[in-house]
Design a protein around this ligand. Sequence first.
Ligand SMILES: N[C@@H](CCC(=O)N[C@@H](CS)C(=O)NCC(=O)O)C(=O)O
Length: 178
Amino acid sequence: MAETVFPQAGAPAARPGGPIQLAGQGGVPRLTLVSHKLCPYVQRVAIVLAEKGLPYERIYIDLAHKPRWFLELSPLGKTPLLKVETGTGDAHVVFESAVIAEFLEDVFSHPMHPVDPLARAGHRGWVEVASSILNGIARLYGARDAEVFEREWQGLRAAFERVEAELSQAGRRPYFGG
Ligand SMILES: N[C@@H](CCC(=O)N[C@@H](CS)C(=O)NCC(=O)O)C(=O)O
């Protein structure tokens, strides 16, 4: 199944303009997000695409029956993947949600990271914390007994408290970048 996702009305217009130029780009590349309906890591990429106002194609796969073409493209067999076709016809695949987000940040306008290197490093660190929370949620859903569920729940609670404490610092609401 595939759908085309257009930027919301009022979203910033997409254009190349990040700190790094895509070789042979020839305009805005065609983007395809290979997705699974329940995957929160896919949503991380979808949020960055929406924030940057980038149109893209979204393809859904069944992770219980991974298509051969997907396994050939994805070294880890995981969603999301971002297919990037440049104006000159070159096709590339970027994998790992945080890496895809960094790629979009590098290449497109409307930066989401702060410019200051220390603040930027801090943002990247918290992205890792978010990944660890998402992994914890998956373990919670998959808990086989009450003991494991309780342990995972306690771990998540502590992690969310840590995030809340960080977010309560001046200039951090509603998002890490204010
Ligand atoms: N570190 C990866 C995690 C992605 C991930 O775990 N995706 C899950 C779906 S939400 C997946 O594809 N699982 C299939 C599998 O592990 O076989 C990322 O950030 O992209």
